[in-house]
Design a protein around this ligand. Structure first.
Ligand SMILES: Nc1ncnc2c1ncn2[C@@H]1O[C@H](COP(=O)(O)OP(=O)(O)OP(=O)(O)O)[C@@H](O)[C@H]1O
Length: 247
């Protein structure tokens, strides 16, 4: 479950707008649905479906995420989507899912995303229960490199978890879902992310910074090695003890 409560002072909001505008100005090309051949459904999300798509001109394969405007409006997540597009479209890292561009029509918003051929890491984790140390270590290192890159660009993801990680054709990890991310030079107060992975700063409602991604990175690392389902049956005390052992 993703959660959020906004408690930003006005000054921080102004800074955030400044920060967002610095990473704004997305892909200038004006795409339309006619530019793509649409293939199989890759999955379904809260606000729409994701399809395999091929650009008719270049033959480039992508994942087209189709979101319904009415649903975005009802859930009041338009602002979040705008921020996701602004931030993700400017990130270039082998372990971060590319967002090539977007377009919209009367009813829908379309995101043109890099296609992650091996799908969701979470599903793979559910299948295997847990990963071998070698495989887990590869993911942990990839995740660390991608987060170092993001933090170097003053981007905090704020919702790292196996459910938000995809896997490319070569088995490479790709961070996806930048819905809670923020581009900022300041500490933040928004409580957001996912309950199971909530860092102490969020629980205590105090200001946070890029270190929240370190907490969720460690939690994800634990899940890679021990399995999500297994962890969720444990109480917080055990969870923290396990975390300390791992660190
Ligand atoms: N770029 C992609 N490449 C391959 N498969 C994808 C890609 N993006 C999404 N998918 C598949 O489509 C499914 C739905 O994705 P989507 O991001 O809409 O929903 P979600 O991950 O459940 O997020 P949300 O909670 O925001 O709806 C994913 O679970 C995944 O299996």
């Amino acid at each position: 479950m993703a959660i959020a409560t906004e408690t930003q002072p006005q000054q921080q909001q102004q800074q955030q707008q400044k920060g967002s505008s610095e990473v704004a100005a997305v892909d200038q090309k004006r795409w339309t649905l006619n530019d793509f051949d649409i293939g199989k459904t890759l999955g379904r999300g809260k606000f729409g479906h994701v399809y395999l798509a091929r650009n008719k001109l270049s033959n480039h394969i992508a994942a087209l995420k189709v979101l319904f405007k009415t649903q975005l409006k009802e859930s009041q997540v338009e602002h979040q989507l705008r921020r996701e597009v602004e931030i993700q479209s400017h990130l270039r890292h082998p372990n971060i899912l590319r967002l090539y561009g977007y377009f919209y029509d009367q009813k829908r918003v379309y995101l043109i995303l890099e296609y992650a051929a091996k799908g969701e890491l979470y599903k793979e984790l559910q299948k295997c229960k847990y990963f071998s140390e070698g495989r887990a270590a590869t993911y942990v290192a990839s995740l660390a490199r991608a987060l170092i890159y993001c933090h170097g660009k003053h981007v905090i993801h704020r919702d790292i978890k196996p459910e938000n990680l995809l896997v490319g054709a070569q088995g490479e990890l790709k961070i996806a879902d930048f819905g809670w991310s923020v581009h900022t030079f300041n500490r933040r107060r928004t409580m957001c992310g996912t309950l199971d992975y909530l860092p102490p700063e969020m629980v205590e409602s105090v200001e946070h910074d890029a270190n929240v991604d370190i907490w969720t990175w460690v939690s994800s690392a634990m899940n890679f090695c021990m399995g999500c389902l297994h962890l969720k049956q444990r109480n917080t005390q055990t969870h923290i003890e396990e975390l300390c052992k791992w660190i």
